[in-house]
Design a protein around this ligand. Structure first.
Ligand code: ATP
Ligand code: MG
Length: 197
């Protein structure tokens, strides 16, 4: 029997409670064996806009955040593939054939799926799982009309984003409780997101 596997891709720059609550709720509500937090090496939709934190550091933060959490795992699959853009279609194709895949996205990302590369391959391989995110409503009918198998998972609305956390860190404002303690320690240890950098 294959596993039921959730795939939550992201930049995780840095990881925060929004990501973790989404992963944990999806795992519970859809009875998944595991949710993989797949750290993007070089998100093709984000290149050219700002300097990303090195992938190895972002991965270490995710690992620290899920270290003691059953059923959530950090995945370096996209980073290990090396240079060049990473496409979700390739990531899903690299998973074991008998895994049943659930691609987890926040509402903001769900509305952009038609801009993704090779969406037909993603649709064929995975069920789309859309989780709530404040400020965005999802057009499920349109997604279904486009051929997506869609599950909706309601989660507590958490108005937290990596962008806001980077601003907080740059301004010397606190990130405690928005970022899990293990990841906060890694940020400090590695001197990431420091002011004037
Ligand atoms: P950034 O502000 O840099 O874009 P982000 O907070 O959106 O960062 P990402 O790494 O871009 O984080 O997101 C990865 C995935 O997690 C996306 O599918 C996104 O929709 C989802 N996600 C991020 N934050 C939340 C949240 N607060 N609630 C629900 N889903 C979220
Ligand atoms: Mg985002």
């Amino acid at each position: 029997m294959g596993r039921r596997v959730g795939v939550l891709g992201g930049t995780f720059d840095p990881i925060h409670v929004g990501h973790l609550v989404a992963a944990s709720e999806v795992r519970s509500q859809l009875a998944l064996d595991v949710v993989l937090l797949v750290v993007a090496a070089q998100p093709w939709q984000k290149t050219g806009t700002r300097a990303l934190t090195p992938a190895a550091d972002r991965l270490a933060l995710v690992q620290a955040a899920v270290a003691d959490v059953d059923g959530l795992e950090a995945s370096s699959l996209e980073i290990d593939r090396g240079q060049g853009p990473t496409y979700t279609a390739d990531t899903l194709a690299a998973m074991p054939d008998d895994d049943e895949l659930f691609l987890v996205v926040g509402a903001d990302v769900a509305n952009l799926l038609d801009t993704w590369v090779r969406p037909e391959e993603i649709r064929a391989r995975a069920t789309l799982v859309v989780v709530d995110r404040p400020g965005t409503s999802v057009h499920h009918d349109e997604l279904r009309a486009d051929g997506w198998r869609v599950e909706t998972v309601h989660i507590p609305l958490l108005e937290v984003s990596s962008s806001d956390l980077r601003q907080r860190l740059a301004a010397g404002r606190p990130i405690d409780f928005l970022v899990p303690p293990g990841a906060v320690r890694e940020i400090e240890k590695r001197g990431l997101y420091a002011r004037n950098r």
